[in-house]
Design a protein around this ligand. Sequence first.
Ligand code: KG4
Ligand code: ZN
Length: 345
Amino acid sequence: MKRSSTDGDVYILAIESSCDETAAAVVKNGREVLSNIISSQIALHTLYGGVVPEIASRKHIEKINQVIEAALAEAKMTLEDMTAVAVTYGPGLVGALLVGVAEAKAIAYGAKKPLVGVHHIEGHVSANFIEHPDLEPPFVCLIVSGGHTHLVIVRDYGEFEIIGRTMDDAAGEAFDKVARAVGLGYPGGPKVDRAAKEGNPHAIEFPRARVGGSEYDFSFSGMKSAVLNYINQAQMKGEAISVPDLCASFQNAVVDVLVSRAVAAAKEFGYDKLAIAGGVASNSALREGMRKACEREGLKLYYPSPIYCTDNAAMIGAAAYYEYINGARAGWDLNAVPNLKLGER
Ligand code: KG4
Ligand code: ZN
C-alpha cells in the first residue's frame, strides 16, 4: 500500500552525513521508522586506521542520492509524500556535513518542503524514542560516541542541560586508540568488546580518572595512556600481553566510570529514567553494567538497538519530528556548523 501525508501524520525524510556513514531514513511521527538506509565507509577508512575527512566527503557525494532513493523506496513513498526534509548540520566533519546539508537544501527547495536542521547529538538521544514508545522527557541521558561523551538532562524534547562532558578524549575514541595499540584495527569499539568477552576484567587495574571541577565530567586520556604504558612495559620486559585480559580490564575501567557517574547524576538530580546513546552504547559490558546498577538503584534504563546507536538517519528523523512540531524551520542559508554546541540554534 502506498502511503501519503494527507492523513495528518508527519513524514520526515532525514539525512545524516556528519562522519563516515551516508544515511537516509523516512520516519513517521518521530517514532516509527519506515526505512533506515546506511551506507558505511568503514571498510575504506580501515585502510588508514581512522576516518580520513576528504575521503569521507567524496564518498558521501557519491552515495547520497542512491541512499535517499533507497530510503524512499523502502518506505514506499515519494518525495512529494514527505512533510519535511531534515538534515544533520553539526557537529561533525565540515566537508562531510556540507554534502548532507547541500543535498537536503536542494531537495527541500525543489520539492517545496520545509527544511529542519538537526543537532547530531540530539539525534543520538532521540534514537531512544524509536523503540521505547513510553519514553518521554524528562530523563538523564549519557551520550557516548566516537566524538562525544556528554551527560545531559533531557528536560523536554529538544531541551538539554549538559551536566558533564569529557575533558579530553571521547569514550569511543579511547576504545579506538586502545584497539589500535593492540593491533585490533579500526573501528576499535566492537573489536575490544568482542575480545573482552574472553578476558578477565580484573586482570589489570587501570586508573579511574577523576576530574577536578564537576563530579560528572569525564577523562579518558589518562586511562588510554595507562594502557599504552602497560603495553610498552610488557614489551620492554619481553613479556607477552593477553589481549583479551587487557581489553576486558580497560573496558571494565571505562564502564565503571560511565555507569557510576550516570547513575549518580540521575539520583542526585531526582530522575528515575536513564537512557544511553551513541556508538559506545552498543557495548555489551556497558549495557550489562548499566542494567545491574539501574536495577539496584530503582532506575528505568533505556537503550537503542545497536543499529540505532551508531550513526544513522532514523535518529535524525526522530529528533527532527519534535523540532518540526515545535515550529523549528531552517532557512535556505542553513550551513554546516562543525563545532555546533548542544542547545544552540
Ligand atoms: O555514534 P558513532 O557511530 O559516531 C560518532 O558520532 O562518533 O560512534 C562510533 C564510535 C566508535 O568510536 C566505535 O569504536 C564505538 O562508537 N563503538 C563501540 C562499540 N560499537 C561502536 N565502542 C565500544 N563497544 C562497542 N560495541
Ligand atoms: Zn554519532
